[in-house]
Design a protein around this ligand. Structure first.
Ligand SMILES: Cc1cc2nc3c(=O)[nH]c(=O)nc-3n(C[C@H](O)[C@H](O)[C@H](O)COP(=O)(O)OP(=O)(O)OC[C@H]3O[C@@H](n4cnc5c(N)ncnc54)[C@H](O)[C@@H]3O)c2cc1C
Length: 355
């Protein structure tokens, strides 16, 4: 008999859907609330090699995306380096990726309730979840409802502004054959990305929330100078976890029988913004803690398995976003050798920073 029969998960992105999948494998049939599917999420859709190594099922989706066998790095002064590596990750549409993971969860036995949760309340040791049509109760609730998480606000509180990033960008067509590109910027700690996918390219720029007002201008200038003829199909602006305070990764993600995972927990790489890996990872660890009937185990697991690493990444921010740092790397004739040394990392400058 599983310890919990009545787990509710709010949010069916990668974190919630994968958590539901893992719970189902342990005999726990979660009710997964998400009104949004199918939908495209503002996201580069970059699935890193690390993510594929940790979650090999992702490899099955490669054929639907665009493999990042070449990574172009452009420094603040527009010097370029091309990194060829056939073992990097791939970029794909979030509509496709998220649907696949949701289908995996349902095939394993999770129940998808296609309704938006409009309120959550704690009543007599139970969580009461309201949608526009119905009301549900559950002993345990998993908050997988993304960066604007209702569950997070209701339990441990919103993510501080200093630990939030803002991204602005466009989905464009006409440049699907370009290499995956990262362009670093002197004005702000952040970068522009161009992630070509099968049918479109996601172009964006991300930085700390406080630099948000500069993003559109910097990105538009770049596109205008490099790709004046792209066909913009839509634009987006979205927040993401982007921690500047290393202590962010020492705090609990549990409260009152509520477990926060993925973006709701603030789990993304403080240098690159990579979040899909940590969404899946935290979803898996939450399911493991629930299956063992030990919620506190969740905090121990995420801190040990990736929290300390993300804290270390956070401490490297100054060095990573120092303009001269990238200039040196790009200018170094031995860049290719260095890349090969660290070819398992998309974000090669970091490894150097760690030394
Ligand atoms: C512009 C941008 C680019 C990015 N690029 C990359 C990248 O290339 N690679 C990478 O690894 N990461 C990237 N990220 C980060 C990545 O998108 C997130 O970390 C990841 O999607 C987190 O997954 P999640 O399941 O926690 O949240 P989400 O994917 O945000 O899913 C949350 C789900 O909860 C649902 N939800 C919310 N509220 C409710 C409610 N009240 N009731 C019911 N359902 C609800 C939403 O509909 C949504 O489906 C990017 C982020 C941004 C903003």
């Amino acid at each position: 008999m599983p310890p919990y029969e009545d787990v509710i998960i709010v949010g069916g992105g990668p974190a919630g859907a994968y958590c539901a999948h893992e719970l189902a494998r342990n005999g726990i049939r979660a009710k997964l609330f998400d009104h949004s599917h199918p939908r495209e999420k503002p996201c580069g859709g970059g699935v890193s090699k690390n993510a594929i190594e940790k979650f090999p099922f992702l490899e099955e989706f490669r054929s639907q995306g665009n493999t990042t066998s070449a990574l172009r790095i452009i420094s603040c002064t527009n010097k370029e380096a091309m990194v060829m590596n056939s073992s990097l990750g791939f970029n794909l549409s979030r509509q496709f990726l998220d649907e696949q993971i949701l289908n995996m969860a349902m095939d394993a036995g999770a129940e998808h309730i296609k309704e938006k949760v409009i309120n959550v309340e704690r009543i007599d040791d139970l969580w009461q979840v309201k949608t526009a049509k119905r009301c549900f109760t559950s002993k345990i609730i998993v908050g997988a409802d993304g960066i604007n998480s209702l569950l997070r606000k209701r339990t441990i509180g919103k993510i501080d502004r200093k630990n939030l990033g803002l991204a602005y960008g466009y989905f464009v067509t006409g440049i699907e054959k370009i290499p995956t590109t990262l362009k670093f910027i002197a004005e702000i700690p952040g970068y522009i990305w161009l992630f070509p996918r099968a049918k479109s390219t996601c172009i964006g720029i991300g930085s700390e929330l406080k630099y948000g007002i500069f993003l559109k201008r910097i990105l538009d200038d770049f596109i205008h100078s490099k790709y004046p003829n792209v066909n913009v199909t839509s634009n987006y602006a979205a927040m993401l976890p982007w921690a500047t305070d290393p202590n962010f990764f020492t705090k609990s993600r549990l409260s009152e029988n509520c477990i926060l995972i993925g973006d709701a927990a603030g789990f993304a790489d403080p240098l690159t913004g990579e979040g899909i890996l940590y969404a899946l990872w935290s979803g898996k660890l939450a399911a493991e803690a629930l299956a063992k009937n030990d919620l506190r185990l969740y905090d121990q697991l995420w801190k040990a398995q990736f929290g300390n690493y993300l804290q270390g990444r956070c401490k490297q921010r100054k060095q990573y976003f120092n303009p001269s740092f990238m200039e040196i790397l790009v200018a170094t004739q031995n860049l290719k050798t260095k890349v090969n040394l660290f070819k398992d990392k998309i974000h090669l400058p970091l490894r150097r920073a760690e030394r």
